[in-house]
Design a protein around this ligand. Structure first.
Ligand code: C2O
Length: 472
């Protein structure tokens, strides 16, 4: 997709941009608000608290059905809206295939997309105060596909989901929905990258079917509830404080314009500055969220400067991920002391990076990644050696590259501080095993591994340090 940055470039840009930008800029005027605003704030509810007959669900059904009945050329139609996210259809229409993955516009782009989608649903449901619910799968009681989406007679249903989802037998495992790694970094790009992988990508691949691939994902009505949750995580990440902020010192991030269509078919553009404050600029909040952190493009303080450098590039042959466990050995002997200091440090974060990750097609399998686990250790997602998932979605899949666009390999950023500390203790020889364990959804509570549809190759493995210094 045009203008895409690799994560490394983004981090470098962010670091460069923040140097010398640590000043406080006084607000001259507030960023403009999105057009056609509602007057009151609506609450995006947790779908777990909504029955099939709840007016929110009923209105969603009504509108989805109406959108499906519109001609595909209408930008408000179900087909067109899904194609804005991704499609294989040609000729490519305005705003199609414009979703941002693997870049630091992942959060703002999807926020804008949901905003206009929500307005279109309001129009076609006739409910002016409708708000998109969110799928709160981190709650142990909400790991199955929400019941209203499993009713075969409903417009919210599709048969294009992985086995067990529509019967209610399938559920997401704890390791799939874990946000603890992603919430840890105070750097925006790092947090966004980690959360884009887990839970975001891992949920997509686990649900499978249309949801499992970018060019079809937004055809499944659950897509928008999944993304409402991802959008909510942006607010929750900021609300933790500790210097967490949007990259407001980075004009490349702030000023990029994205194109959508509103409920009256008008082509509209927004920038990240237009979507920083959900309640003030877009008129919604999330049920049960802490007070929102209000950020302003024209008034910002950069609490930290970030620098990322590669500490160890492991000279490994390409790693193949298959239907069975894969183990490679990371030799950190020369870095033992350095790592022992860096891993517990508050100002340094160790990131395990997997780059040049490629598959011919959607593998349909998610690999849990464990670093430093000694032989015989329990490989579960609550172990200190668990560092996240490899779930290909959006990048790195050759046959999903939209027409006319360049294929881009995927990258994964995994938080490694805790695993390195535990791993150094468990492996006094300084050789840390890196393991990839194939997983999928739970079916009737049991872990299953879906049949692998394509192997995955990882070209590069490195350990980087994200260093944070107080600005100014
Ligand atoms: Cu643009 Cu969850 O995808």
């Amino acid at each position: 997709m045009p203008g895409r940055y690799t994560r490394r470039e983004v981090l470098a840009t962010g670091a460069r941009a923040s140097v010398g930008m640590s000043a406080i800029c006084v607000p001259l005027l507030e960023a403009p608000r999105a057009a056609a605003r509602r007057q009151t704030t609506v609450v995006r509810r947790d779908v777990g608290g909504l029955s099939a007959s709840d007016p929110i669900i009923v209105a969603y059904k009504t509108a989805v059905q109406a959108m499906k009945a519109l001609p595909a050329s209408d930008p408000r139609s179900w087909t067109y809206q899904a194609a804005i996210h991704g499609t294989f259809a040609t000729p490519v229409q305005p705003a199609w295939n414009t979703c941002e993955h693997g870049s630091y516009w992942f959060w703002p782009w999807h926020r804008m997309y949901l905003h206009f989608f929500e307005r279109i649903i309001r129009k076609y449901s006739g409910k002016a105060d409708w708000a998109l619910p969110y799928w709160n799968y981190e709650a142990a009681t909400e790991r199955q596909l929400p019941a209203p989406f499993r009713d075969a007679s409903s417009p919210l249903y599709t048969s294009n989901r992985g086995p067990g989802w529509n019967s209610g037998a399938a559920s997401l495992s704890a390791g799939t929905v874990d946000t603890s790694s992603g919430f840890m970094p105070t750097d925006f790009t790092t947090a966004s990258s980690i959360l884009e992988g887990t839970p975001h990508g891992a949920v997509h691949v686990n649900v499978g079917g249309w949801m499992g691939s970018v060019p079809t994902a937004a055809q499944d009505p659950i897509f928008f509830l999944h993304h409402a949750n991802i959008d909510r995580l942006w607010n929750l990440w900021l609300a933790q404080g500790g210097g967490r902020t949007d990259p407001l010192g980075d004009s490349t991030w702030k000023n990029r314009k994205f194109t959508f269509f509103d409920e009256n078919k008008n082509q509209v553009q927004l920038t990240p500055c237009d979507v920083l404050r959900c309640a003030q600029q877009l008129d919604y909040t999330y049920e049960n969220e802490p007070p929102e952190v209000n950020l302003y493009c024209l008034k910002f303080i950069l609490p930290w400067k970030y620098l990322v450098f590669v500490l160890i590039h492991f000279p490994l042959p390409p790693i193949e991920l298959l239907q069975r466990n894969t183990i490679v050995k990371l030799d950190v002997r020369k870095y033992r002391e350095r790592l022992a200091k860096l891993a517990p440090s508050k100002t340094d974060t160790l990131l395990l990076k997997l780059d040049d990750v490629v598959a011919a097609r959607q593998p349909g399998v998610v690999w849990q990644v464990f670093l430093g686990a000694p032989k015989g250790a329990n490989l579960t997602s609550d172990s200190p050696f668990f560092i996240g998932n490899v779930a290909l979605f959006g990048m790195g899949i050759r046959n999903e590259t939209p027409k006319g666009e360049k294929f881009m390999p995927a990258s994964f950023t995994l938080l490694a501080d805790r695993a390195v500390q535990a791993g150094l203790r468990a492996n006094p020889n300084g050789i840390l095993p890196l393991q990839f364990v194939p997983t999928g959804p739970l079916v009737k509570g049991r872990q299953v591994v879906p049949k692998l549809r394509s192997k995955v190759t990882i070209g590069k493995v490195s350990l980087s340090v994200l260093n944070q210094k107080r600005s100014g």
